[in-house]
Design a protein around this ligand. Structure first.
Ligand SMILES: N[C@@H](CCC(=O)N[C@@H](CS)C(=O)NCC(=O)O)C(=O)O
Length: 244
């Protein structure tokens, strides 16, 4: 009920159901490089879900204060805020059952295991390759925060931590099981891409968006990554890449 002197309440269905994704960006707001945010972009594309992007710089955490924590990705779905990429995959499956990502029961547990194993195998080599690049692409006013938070976490100066040749070699070793696995199938999950593909590929988007491709294009991993990237770009347009 509303009174004559009040504005009638109009429910805008489109606005109500529009998904909103808060994701990390560099000084250039079109440069999106967070591996966890890329996982979510790939998952939304898999489900065929449209969303509104809120690119957020390191120094703009107030934008996600409503989520009660300080990390992106944060997905807002009909007023509900969900954070953490794997939790977002689970949320998407529960709310949009078409084309399941994690699926249920043992399948979901296996995808979570793949996420943990690949995260631990790939993160450190990628950090050794990418940490200074993140510093260079982030906004001027965020650089002190980025340097001090990472130097505290790793116990040394960024310049002493990074080791691109070492990181590249370690990454090749870490990717070797995937290289063998992808030898006779187009995707980690078989004939079609699924959660495991996006959870792992998201980590590699981190490198690719920061202008590094430490895997051979003609390798099985290279062909798999390109397949996922090109499928995304076919539907959503070219992905911005940093140039140094
Ligand atoms: N486990 C989380 C990790 C999220 C995370 O570490 N996000 C980073 C971006 S890559 C972040 O928000 N960093 C902000 C900061 O370090 O200040 C997920 O999978 O979403």
């Amino acid at each position: 009920m509303f009174f004559a002197n009040e504005e009638p309440f109009v429910l805008n269905i489109e606005e109500k159901t529009m998904l909103e994704l808060y994701e990390l960006c560099g000084a250039d707001r079109e440069l999106l490089f967070s591996p966890y945010c890329w996982r979510v972009r790939l998952a939304l594309a898999h489900k065929g879900l449209d969303f509104h992007s809120h690119p957020m710089r390191f120094g703009e955490k107030q934008l996600i204060a409503f989520s009660g924590q300080k990390l992106v990705p944060v997905l807002v779905d009909d007023g509900q805020a969900v954070h953490d990429s794997v939790a977002i995959f689970a949320h998407l499956d529960a709310r949009y059952p078409q084309r399941p990502l994690l699926g249920e029961g043992a399948a979901a547990e296996r995808a979570r295991l793949v996420e943990r194993l690949s995260f631990h195998a790939l993160r450190m080599p990628l950090l050794k390759l990418l940490l200074l690049r993140v510093y260079q692409v982030c906004a001027e006013q965020d650089r002190d925060y980025f340097r001090s938070s990472r130097e505290q976490a790793f116990g040394m100066r960024l310049e002493d931590f990074v080791d691109p040749p070492g990181g590249e070699q370690q990454l090749r070793q870490a990717l070797a099981p995937l290289e063998a696995w992808l030898g006779d199938k187009p995707y980690l999950e078989g004939d079609a891409a699924g959660a495991c593909d996006y959870l792992v590929a998201g980590m590699l988007f981190w490198a690719w968006c920061l202008g590094v491709q430490p895997w051979a294009e003609e390798s099985a991993v290279g062909a798999w990554f390109t397949r996922i990237r090109q499928a995304y770009e076919r539907d959503h347009g070219p992905i911005k890449r940093a140039s140094f």
